[in-house]
Ligand binder design. Structure first.
Ligand SMILES: [Mg+2]
Ligand SMILES: [Zn+2]
Length: 200
């Protein structure tokens, strides 16, 4: 499928471990984090959870970036995969935390993500404008791909649920795979980008 657009989630999909979770555990408040995660999708929207969790981070951004560049590990084969296919990255995370890692890997990719206002009294999240999704009723990644016709989606988590159902082919792992399986939505499991490359 050489001309099919590829759309890839960042945290937990490109990265081996969700970088937002890592930052929150390293620099945020673990109790606030647990309290928000347990209410996700029930009492709180994804944006409310992200905003509430990151308010507990007060470290200077350069310190977090230094830590991120050292600790963010990418799944096997991503660099080669990205050079070949130029995927669009759609993330509920932040340009500020994604771009330094791409730079470390020598990659320049189009990224749709949110931005940070890292105030010393607690980080504020500047969400990108996303219309409320007609399918899930929240601002959602579908808004990032409306212009794409028949895309392949690669993801792992909560923020990928709705957009994955709009894709013509889905590669999923972890929570996203469980969710799609429970709903009877067709997907292909993947382990890393070496594996994925052989199946495109
Ligand atoms: Mg993810
Ligand atoms: Zn949606």
């Amino acid at each position: 499928m050489p001309d099919t657009p590829l759309v890839v989630d960042w945290d937990g999909t490109v990265t081996e471990v969700d970088g937002l979770h890592l930052v929150l555990l390293e620099f945020g408040d673990a109790e606030i984090y647990e309290a928000h995660e347990s209410r996700l999708g029930r009492e709180l929207t994804l944006q409310e959870v992200i905003a509430g969790e990151f308010e507990s981070v007060r470290a200077p951004l350069p310190e977090v970036l230094g830590w991120m560049r050292e600790n963010a590990r990418l799944r096997a084969g991503f660099r080669e995969f990205a050079r070949r296919h130029r995927p669009l990255i759609v993330s509920s995370g932040f340009h500020e935390l994604i771009e330094p890692v791409l730079e470390r890997e020598g990659l320049e990719l189009e990224v749709r993500a949110n931005r940070l206002d890292p105030r010393p009294e607690g980080w504020r999240v500047l969400f990108r404008p996303q219309a409320t999704c007609a399918v899930c009723g929240e601002p959602c990644k579908r808004a990032d791909v409306v212009a794409l016709d028949g895309f392949v989606y690669v993801g792992d988590g909560y923020s990928d649920r709705c957009v994955a159902e709009a894709a013509k082919r889905v590669f999923a792992r972890d929570g996203l795979a469980t969710y799609l399986a429970e709903r009877g939505v067709e997907f292909e499991p993947f382990t890393d980008f070496v594996d994925l490359e052989t199946r495109l």
